[in-house]
Write a protein that binds this ligand. Structure first.
Ligand code: DAK
Length: 260
């Protein structure tokens, strides 16, 4: 386990990143974002990590947003730098080669909702609350909320949530497709670990390619995206994982995958 001042990260097949500012409801300041970036360095450079879980510490919040206390006195240049840092870190999560799962307990507001949106899969506890309260603070969402929320739940719901600054509970978040699954708080870690373990057992190169293909394809015309898929598909036939996976199926055995 590597402990930074506000983030801890364990590097193993299922890596766990915890945001550790429970008294401030895990609000993200510049230090938290910088440490998150450093945790991503460790994950990206590890040959061991297959999947990542991000959670907030304590039972009250995943992340209650960007740190308003730190942000409120920023000038235009500092605010732009803060926004660039946040955007770079969140984009890094979204495009990280390994899949990232958000385990959302309690508040996921503003930058917290945007952090969950940057992840690939979102599981929430029944007490989770999602929202983009920024317009009530005099700013638009700044860490990708206007873009990723609209892509995930559609422009209608995204506009309603962002323009009204209304918070929603986990049942509504599930209904509009903002989260994949809602479970009791006491089951959240177990359920998230179970989906992470399942991903970690699949062929790693194929998992990484699938994440990248879905992400990249959504920004391309279908024709180009399908060609990208075909090229990626073909390239997997030069991997040991493909040989092992198909050989094991034919021999009615369990495959072993070595990310080769
Ligand atoms: N920032 C800083 N401190 C926060 C915080 C936040 N976002 N949220 C909570 N805290 C702190 C509280 O100030 C309090 O600290 P102390 O007073 O004890 O020192 C402690 O956490 C506990 O919070 P409460 O006492 O308020 O707890 P309650 O249960 O009464 O209320 C709450 C929980 C989540 C409803 C409430 O704390 C709340 O409304 N928090 C703010 C939620 C919010 O508005 N979040 C969105 C922040 S804006 C951009 C970059 C990024 C962004 C935008 C632009 N660019 C640079 C362009 C993102 C913006 C945001 O995320």
């Amino acid at each position: 386990m590597t402990e930074f001042t506000q983030i801890s990260v364990s590097i193993e097949a299922v890596a766990e990143v915890t945001i550790n500012r429970p008294k401030q409801l895990n609000a993200l300041n510049s230090q938290t974002l910088t440490e998150l970036d450093q945790a991503l360095d460790l994950i990206e450079n590890s040959n061991e990590v297959r999947v990542v879980i991000i959670r907030g510490s304590g039972e009250k919040a995943f992340v209650a947003g960007a740190d308003i206390k730190e942000m409120k006195d920023k000038g235009a240049i500092e605010a732009t730098e803060f926004s660039r840092l946040g955007n770079a870190v969140f984009q890094r999560i979204a495009t990280l080669r390994q899949p990232v799962i958000a385990a959302v307990n309690g508040f996921a507001l503003g930058g917290g909702c945007e952090l969950a949106l940057a992840c690939d899969i979102r599981y929430a506890s029944e007490n989770a609350v999602f929202g983009q309260p920024e317009v009530g603070l005099g700013i638009p969402p700044g860490f990708g909320g206007t873009q990723r929320l609209a892509r995930l739940v559609g422009p209608g719901y995204a506009k309603e949530l962002i323009l009204t600054a209304r918070n929603i509970k986990s049942d509504e978040a599930l209904r509009i497709g903002l989260v994949n699954k809602v479970v009791a708080l006491e089951d959240l870690d177990k359920e998230v670990k179970s989906v992470a373990d399942r991903i970690a057992k699949q062929a790693p190169i194929a998992v990484e390619s699938s994440k990248a293909l879905i992400n990249q394809g959504l920004d391309l015309p279908l024709e180009h995206a399908l060609e990208l898929e075909a090229l990626s598909f073909g390239s997997h036939f030069a991997t040991e994982d493909q040989k092992n996976g198909m050989e094991a199926f034919v021999n009615k055995e369990k495959p072993t995958f070595n990310r080769k």
